[in-house]
Design a protein around this ligand. Structure first.
Ligand code: 5GP
Length: 226
């Protein structure tokens, strides 16, 4: 059977942001479970490791000096300074994944997301919203991994970040993880159906198609002649 459409099969560049405590990392890791057509980019950071962090899994942990060397060598797709530390998306591998039809997911903060949006207007930017500020507070305090000062800093930054949601293409409220994962799946599925992904339509003129596809068929319900 010959195909009717040729579509752009390139992977999508997907940016996911949200304040600390929005649950974006959990939503993304659930979304990625068992999915072969999506790849999570691992960032570099100069922030110290926290309990539960794993080298090469959470981040590549490098020194400030090493980070600045990589900036000089143009090794980042984007980078930003956030709460006094550097965070950056390594360029390496991204183009290869996209070319092979794999969606590349970047979980990054707002400044980085805006840089990606202006450099790659086709990027799909999703903001993960906490269901309420009370819930955000509970999640930040409940982690028990940081000092009071750090938590206050994260909470203040969260307020500023939430105000930036209008710069994204989609907002997903993380009330229940399964709901949020389902919404991300739906967004990415719909994006693949966009008309501007169609590169060619193999549609003969209708007379030729009628001749080729219908002539010679026996139809049972011929028009009844009176
Ligand atoms: P955390 O210190 O909590 O791991 O991360 C702080 C913030 O930096 C989070 O919002 C996280 O998504 C963001 N982040 C992680 N990697 C990158 C990156 O490569 N670039 C940018 N711009 N932000 C990042």
């Amino acid at each position: 059977m010959s195909k009717l459409l040729k579509q752009n099969e390139r992977g999508s560049l997907v940016v996911i942001s949200g304040p600390s405590g929005s649950g974006k990392d959990t939503v993304v890791s659930k979304y990625l479970e068992g999915r072969k057509n999506a790849w999570l980019s691992i960032s570099c950071t100069s922030r110290p490791m926290r309990p539960g962090d794993e080298e090469g899994v959470s981040y590549y942990f490098i020194s400030k000096e090493e980070f600045e060397e990589k900036i000089k060598n143009d090794e980042f797709l984007e980078y930003a300074e956030y709460n006094g530390n550097y965070y950056g998306t390594p360029k390496k591998d991204i183009e290869d994944k996209l070319k092979n039809g794999i969606d590349v997911i970047l979980v990054i903060e707002v400044q980085g997301a805006l840089k990606i949006k202006s450099a790659f207007p086709e990027a799909i930017c999703i903001f993960i919203m906490p269901p309420s500020m009370e819930e955000l507070r509970n999640r930040l305090v409940g982690r028990k991994t940081e000092t009071k000062d750090k938590i206050i800093q994260r909470f203040t930054t969260a307020y500023q970040e939430i105000n930036e949601y209008t710069k994204y293409n989609y907002v997903v409220t993380n009330d229940l993880i399964e709901n949020a994962v389902h919404k991300i799946d739906s967004i990415l599925t719909s994006e693949k159906c966009r008309v501007d992904r169609i590169e060619e339509v193999y549609l003969d003129n209708s007379e030729e198609a009628i001749h080729e596809l219908l002539m010679g068929e026996e139809f049972i319900n011929e028009d009844i002649k009176i």
